[in-house]
Design a binder for this molecule. Structure first.
Ligand SMILES: Nc1nc2c(ncn2[C@@H]2O[C@H](COP(=O)(O)OP(=O)(O)OP(=O)(O)O)[C@@H](O)[C@H]2O)c(=O)[nH]1
Ligand SMILES: [Mg+2]
Length: 399
């Protein structure tokens, strides 16, 4: 069999986005040293990465994946009781801490920034808990200062990429007599510079399609075009009482710096909940007061990356398949197997809502109600679609 089409490039129709067009995108964990990144990573992924009380505990990135919670998937698993249940996954990378001056090589510097370059979006973990015994690289807790620091490092790194791209372009242009920098190039790069010099991410602007295409071509994967979800690490007490003196200021800082989701959480509280997982009574009592935010954080990150999933369902397997939002039916089929894309004939599609209403007696009931649609090559897959592909691939002749 030919290889599965894992992570192959899929360009969604008509989509204009800064990121890579792939279905196996990665979300990083970024922040100052010793703010709880590895502890959060361990909670998300059930791993055991070192998370000790000293800065730069993490050096090489830790990589794993976590399941994306989905009530539609749970419902189908309950119905089919299949032999195999495969949820959607978010790939997560725990990255080393960044410090002031990293862009100029401070701390573990540039190599860490290159780890951020390798992910497609990131959680920015911000420490807002007071705990004198937990070392802080700045010796006091001040989330705004810390967010400024991280933002500054990312912007400086992008500015360096911008200067290099401009130099390269000027050299190129000089090679061809009579040529000059295009107006689009000059205005777009000017706009990028103005944002970065104001310590604002490049994603914080309304960009036209040609501008996005130019930025992607000339400034390949700028750090500040990547989606960012802010996780504010509170003490367990603050998290439970939903109060912390920094939250309003943090929200307004985020709104002024490119926006993005802000999720208050507490590593301390999540760890306590995790310890209760074998004691359902205690766990159920605890979540009555405050629920875990992990499922929501994963979901938000997954969707910030532009990822959605469709489902295949039967007695053997119920499975979620990840695609980029905007993928066509053949592209989605290609995620299952490259043959499915090559020999795509049609997709039989049922929306989850219709399945829920008419699927009690299986697909026959859905068909009888006229709720199974036949879709062709141009159909754009929707999040939660339940799909069955028809394909026909004639075997390739041996040479
Ligand atoms: N009190 C308290 N301690 C925490 C919390 N989150 C993390 N810690 C502690 O802070 C220390 C550092 O945690 P890590 O998860 O290793 O932090 P990190 O951001 O990965 O650190 P580096 O890898 O060094 O950048 C550990 O001793 C954790 O137990 C929290 O919410 N509350
Ligand atoms: Mg760490």
């Amino acid at each position: 069999m030919p290889p599965k089409n894992k992570g192959e490039s899929i360009e969604p129709k008509g989509a204009v986005r800064f990121g890579r067009s792939k279905n196996n995108l990665k979300f990083g964990l970024v922040g100052l040293p010793n703010v709880g990144k590895s502890s959060f990573f361990n909670l998300l992924t059930e791993q055991n990465a070192p998370a000790e009380n000293f800065p730069f505990c993490t050096i090489d990135p830790n990589e794993s994946r976590c399941a994306v919670a989905d009530s539609r998937f749970d419902f189908l698993c309950q119905h089919f009781k299949p032999l195999s249940e495969v949820p959607a996954y978010l790939h997560v990378v725990d990255i080393a801490g960044l410090v002031k001056g990293a862009h100029a090589g401070e701390g573990l510097g540039n190599s860490f920034l290159s780890h951020i370059q390798a992910v497609d979006g990131y959680f920015h973990i911000v420490r807002a808990f007071d705990a004198p015994e937990i070392l802080h690289v700045e010796e006091s807790v001040d989330p705004i200062r810390d967010m400024e620091t991280i933002s500054h490092e990312l912007c400086q790194k992008d500015l360096a990429a911008l200067e290099k791209a401009i130099k390269d372009e000027e050299l190129d242009v000089r090679k061809s007599p009579g040529y000059k920098l295009s107006e689009l190039f000059t205005t777009t790069m000017g706009k990028v510079r103005a944002l970065l010099e104001a310590n604002k991410p490049v994603r914080d602007a309304a960009w036209t399609t040609p501008e996005v295409e130019l930025i992607c071509k000339k400034l390949y994967m700028l750090l500040t075009t990547k989606p960012c979800v802010y996780l504010i690490n509170l003490s367990a007490d603050d998290f439970v009482r939903k109060k912390n003196k920094w939250l309003v200021k943090i929200k307004s800082w985020i709104d002024g710096h490119g926006g993005g989701a802000m999720i208050p959480m507490s590593v301390e509280y999540e760890q306590a909940l995790h310890k209760m997982r074998d004691d359902p009574l205690a766990y159920n009592e605890a979540v009555k007061t405050a629920k875990s935010v992990l499922p929501r954080a994963i979901k938000v990150a997954y969707h910030e990356l532009g990822l959605i999933h469709f489902l295949t369902a039967g007695e053997k397997e119920v499975r979620c398949w990840t695609v980029l939002s905007g993928a066509t039916a053949p592209q989605a089929a290609g995620v299952i197997h490259s043959d499915f894309e090559r020999g795509f004939i049609k997709a039989e599609v049922v929306s989850f809502e219709d399945w829920k209403e008419y699927g009690k007696n299986g697909m026959a009931g859905v068909r009888a109600a006229g709720k199974q649609r036949q879709e062709g090559k141009s159909y754009i897959i929707k999040d939660g679609d339940i799909v069955h592909f028809h394909f026909n691939v004639t075997s390739q002749k041996k040479k």
